[in-house]
Design a protein around this ligand. Structure first.
Ligand code: MF3
Ligand code: CO
Ligand code: CO
Length: 276
């Protein structure tokens, strides 16, 4: 069942999305060699609680973190731990905040210091593919148009698309219908309608698409142990280009202030009802 949201629900989601986006910027400030992933998780949890939000992943089905921690070959659902970040690692931090009953979900994959050029290119392409998916998510199109846009963009550049994990609808629950795969045919799947809230989240591998889930039932890594990247936005479908409710602006500002390449992608969608 796909729920179309009211204007009030969308406004609440906007606020949850702003808070989760600012949370990842607090995490970004702490990403450097020598830091444990547990420290990043603590920073995120305290920031969310200080701002009146709820860390929605913590305790969800027994998940042990505020952040899903995705170091190098970890695709999704990694646990915060005593692992210490090293120069050349990549780390995805995926976070969901519930605020006033509504959820915002976003993920950013960071480079820890200088990373290999091939890995840097994987990060750039994965981030770009998220925006390709977003631009395909117009009212009246279908979920398969998003899926195909992401898949085509990544496979043309020689990367592979994880099949087992998908984007999703979002609202009062962090996971609602529809499923939003990162691969598939154009023109299939549910029709995208204005006021649908969905998360698009490409998980893209440098090597093969195959994954393994650890015996804990959660932590997911590439089978060949080559790196995987993951970026995610929560968006609202409109009659034209969607509104992106989460933002990487806060994170990118932190990266810029540190002299790193923010890999910014310009996205301009007219707010609904504005003059043009
Ligand atoms: N943030 C993830 C997503 O994008 C879900 C987290 S699973 C949890 O769908 F168990 F950590 F909550
Ligand atoms: Co997420
Ligand atoms: Co998600």
């Amino acid at each position: 069942m796909i729920y179309l949201k009211t204007a009030v629900e969308i406004e609440k989601t906007r606020r949850a999305c702003d808070l989760v986006s600012r949370t990842l910027a607090e995490v970004a400030k702490e990403v450097r060699p020598g830091v444990t992933t547990r420290h990043l998780d603590n920073v995120a949890r305290e920031f969310i609680l200080d701002n009146g939000g709820k860390p929605a992943c913590l305790g969800y089905g027994g998940f042990p973190g505020t952040l899903c921690i995705e170091v190098n070959e970890t695709v999704v659902h990694g646990f915060p731990s005593g692992y210490t970040l090293r120069e050349g690692d990549i780390i995805g931090t995926d976070c969901v905040v519930e605020l006033d009953g509504y959820n915002g979900d976003t993920c950013y994959t960071f480079a820890v210091g200088e990373v290999d050029d091939k890995v840097k290119a994987l990060l750039r392409t994965t981030k770009e593919s998220l925006y390709e998916g977003i631009m395909a998510a117009r009212g009246g199109k279908r979920v398969g148009d998003i899926s195909n846009a992401v898949q085509t963009y990544c496979e043309r550049r020689g990367y592979s698309v994880v099949r087992e994990m998908c984007g999703h609808g979002i609202g009062k629950s962090m996971h609602e219908d529809p499923e939003v795969p990162n691969y598939g045919r154009r023109g299939i799947g549910p029709v995208l309608k204005p006021n649908m809230l969905i998360c698009i989240e490409p998980m893209i591998n440098l090597g093969s698409k195959n994954i393994v889930i650890e015996r804990d039932g959660w932590q997911c890594r590439t089978r060949d142990r080559k790196p995987s990247a993951h970026f995610e936005h929560t968006i609202c479908i409109t009659d034209e280009l969607p509104e992106i409710l989460t933002t990487f602006d806060y994170v990118e500002e932190v990266l810029r202030s540190r002299g790193e390449d923010p890999m910014h992608i310009e996205y301009i969608a007219e707010p609904q009802g504005s003059e043009s």
